[in-house]
Design a protein around this ligand. Structure first.
Ligand SMILES: [Zn+2]
Length: 114
């Protein structure tokens, strides 16, 4: 289950970023593109599993936001949201492989305890 290692990486990144305040992090907001091969539900399950081993993170919550896939059409110079994996411009009908959103796996923000 690669989500477990993703969750561990997230914690490691945050520990490096906030070495002194890490214990105060309450919410981790994650942005996950539809093309990133990460299932939000699998991510949440992995998060719970990691918390079992890491009692110091017990109060931390994970919030996953899923981003739709966007492609860019160079003919129209417009962006289209991809539905059902049809990589086609809605304005002119031309296929496009220029993905401008949907592959990300990012820590968007963290919220600390007051
Ligand atoms: Zn187009």
């Amino acid at each position: 289950m690669h989500e477990i290692s993703l969750v561990r990486n997230i914690f490691r990144t945050l520990e490096e970023e906030f070495p002194y305040d890490f214990g105060q992090i309450r919410d981790i907001y994650l942005t996950v593109g539809l093309l990133s091969n990460v299932q939000p539900i699998a991510m949440e399950n992995a998060f719970q599993a990691v918390l079992e081993d890491e009692p110091r993170y017990r109060k931390t919550k994970l919030k996953v936001e899923v981003l739709p896939i966007l492609i860019h059409c160079s003919d129209c110079d417009k962006n289209t949201a991809v539905e059902q994996y049809r990589f086609v411009c809605t304005f002119c009908g031309k296929p496009s492989k220029e993905v401008i959103q949907g592959e990300e796996l990012l820590i968007k923000k963290v919220e600390f305890e007051d």
